[in-house]
Ligand binder design. Structure first.
Ligand code: F6P
Length: 409
């Protein structure tokens, strides 16, 4: 059994996914019996309850009192991490912004005896940042703010950090990570880093503990076999949504991701209503395949009025692109982006729910469960069942599950 020791030092502006990665990394290493602990400066600051430190000016580098207090907290955590590795601990994760060269140098000079691996998280997607900030201000420390003021205050905090932020350019051991796309943008290693393959592999793997992939309930268009459009749910579609809500009411679903179409949003509504604390986030990335000039037509109409299109699609459904629209092949990148965003935003919760469409759900399913591309457009996506997906480094599970829909009338 490897018993080497390592310090992992997170780097990055607030709300860039550092804590999420730190938590998941710890979970992942612990599963492999590697003793790992996180030393989080923000959590320590909140625990110490020194005074109200949630106001933005506390983070102004010119606020000498605030800076001294933050340095004290950082030193406390460095000392705790050091002691942890002197004892039985194997990996100590320092979770803080560590954005200035000065702070990183201090960290390096105080943590001796074991290698340090810096992981810098980078993600400047404005939509993701806005959603992450919403999650941040849910902390009790923002309770005394109105929502708008809390957002402003958090953004100002980020601005203050930005004034002292120097991205890593050189150093002994570091990884620059695109934390939304799980992509390593740069890595430099001088020392032999224990557990490196495992950590690297983990950083680059999409992992989902429990994803409920649901197709919207029946719509008026479904009744006529019409494609695309923005039709609402029928009475039985609404009954399906209510039945889903019943099924999930005892499970914790903190976020539901839908498309921007009525049918997925309407399916989410009763589910949200039976949850204690649930947000619905609409992503255009999860909109159904755009069938271009065939939008709102039935398959029968396409066959009769546009036989060339009908047969060309039948010949090669995966690669076929509707005139002025999309094909499975061209949807891939937006669906992948939607999945990345959804995973990123719900990485602190065990359950994730996506309510999508037939073609969209086929693509999402094939993202986690490999299918030959030509088979993807034929994956079975019913409206009275849903998929439950688990895809972690050590477990893959795909189950098609039925829920009970009461008869109407
Ligand atoms: O029929 C419902 C629907 O979601 C349409 O809006 C969409 O065009 C179609 O399914 C996608 O399935 P297929 O690729 O099998 O036509």
């Amino acid at each position: 059994m490897e018993n080497k020791k390592l310090y992992v030092v997170m780097v990055g502006l607030p709300a860039r996914g550092k804590s999420t990665i730190a938590n998941r990394l710890k979970e992942n290493l612990t599963k492999d019996s590697i003793k790992t602990r996180i030393f989080n400066n923000g959590a320590l600051r909140r625990r110490l309850e020194l005074k109200n430190t949630s106001f933005a000016e506390f983070y102004d580098p010119k606020n000498t009192e605030g800076a001294a207090l933050r340095e004290r907290i950082a030193l406390m955590n460095l000392e705790r991490a050091r002691k942890y590795l002197v004892g039985r601990g194997q990996v100590a994760i320092l979770d803080a912004t560590n954005v200035s060269i000065k702070r990183r140098n201090m960290t390096t000079s105080l943590l001796k005896g074991h290698p340090l691996l810096f992981i810098e998280c980078i993600n400047d997607d404005p939509e993701i940042l806005a959603a992450s900030i919403l999650r941040k201000i849910a902390h009790a420390e923002f309770n005394h703010f109105e929502k708008k003021a809390a957002i402003q205050s958090f953004r100002k905090r980020i601005d203050y950090y930005n004034t002292i932020y120097t991205p890593i350019k050189e150093g002994r051991n570091f990884i620059k990570l695109d934390s939304l796309n799980n992509q390593i943008m740069q890595e430099e290693l001088v020392d032999d880093i224990p557990y490196y393959d495992r950590i690297r592999d983990f950083l680059m793997t999409d992992s989902v503990k429990s994803l409920f992939l649901i197709r919207h309930g029946e719509t008026y268009f479904n009744l006529e076999n019409r494609i695309g459009g923005d039709s609402g749910l029928t009475e039985s579609g609404k009954a399906q949504a209510r039945a889903l809500a019943e099924y999930f009411k005892n499970k914790k679903i903190p976020v539901i991701f839908t498309s921007e179409k009525k049918r997925t949003i309407q399916t989410a509504e009763p589910i949200k209503a039976l949850q204690e604390n649930c947000t619905v986030i609409q992503f255009g990335e999860f909109d159904e395949i755009d069938s271009g000039i065939c939008e709102c037509m039935s398959y029968k109409e396409i066959r009769e009025q546009m036989p060339d299109i009908y047969s060309a699609r039948k010949r090669d459904k995966h690669n076929y692109i509707y005139p002025e629209g999309e094909g499975y092949i061209s949807m891939k990148s937006r669906i992948d982006t939607g999945i990345k965003k959804a995973l990123y935003l719900s990485s602190n919760s065990d359950n994730i729910m996506i309510i999508g469409h037939q073609a969209v759900n086929r693509m999402i399913l094939s993202h986690f469960l490999y299918r030959r591309p030509e088979d993807v457009p034929y994956i079975y996506i019913p409206q009275d069942k849903f998929y439950h997906i688990v895809a972690t480094q050590d477990k893959k599970l795909f189950q098609l599950k039925k829920y009970k829909i009461p008869r109407l009338g």
